[in-house]
Design a protein around this ligand. Sequence first.
Ligand code: PEP
Length: 250
Amino acid sequence: MRQPLVAGNWKLNGSRTSVVELADAVASACGNLPIETLVCPAFVHIADVCGTLDGQNLRVGAQDCSDQSSGAYTGEVSAQMLAEMGVSSVIVGHSERRQFYADSNERVAAKFEQVQSAGLTPIFCLGESAEEREAGTTREVIGSQLQAVIARCGVVAMKNAVLAYEPVWAIGTGLTASPEEAQEVHRWLRAEVAAGSAEIAAGLRILYGGSVKPANAAQLFAEADIDGGLIGGAALDAADFSAICRAAAG
Ligand code: PEP
């Protein structure tokens, strides 16, 4: 019913040559799988990667965008500019943006709106820190991240969006939420959206992210509400990323 999606977040990595080689290798390995696959290079590599993937079954996304559409915002890149480059999706609310670049819930909601206004799909990240989990406030934290977007864009905006539950303590740490822990949060997130629209919630893809590797991917993706993954470290290795994609294809 929901087509699995595996997205690779390449972060601040690679050279022009290496990202094109990586994209080619991923496209050859994953192009025939019955899932959606997406790679997210740095802004400056998007044109090269889109060029090399022309006609291939691998989409390109961006890792972030501006919360503004145009104007005197030096250094920013708008969602509309990204749409012109040929990307299909934009990650918003990644924990590294929230942590290191002060992206508040409100700014993430504004970015989400910009992405949809440009006709693109937001991949909207939510997640709690280790301290928040230990304090028992996971639902409160991710609930307010979710509600900030719903307050600005309406629950109807979830129709053309993807959620990515990424516990901050699991990103790049080698610690993964157990399939049961992740499923519990995914089910809860889907129920929160269902409170606004059961139909939209049923079709909404919710990815898991946080140290997904070939060795743990199949177990995570077997859970009923986990519809694929947002992959960081393992996305930089074509063999590992394609093994994760095969796990999502079942
Ligand atoms: C991420 O950065 O979104 C991520 C999930 O990273 P990693 O897979 O390395 O934990």
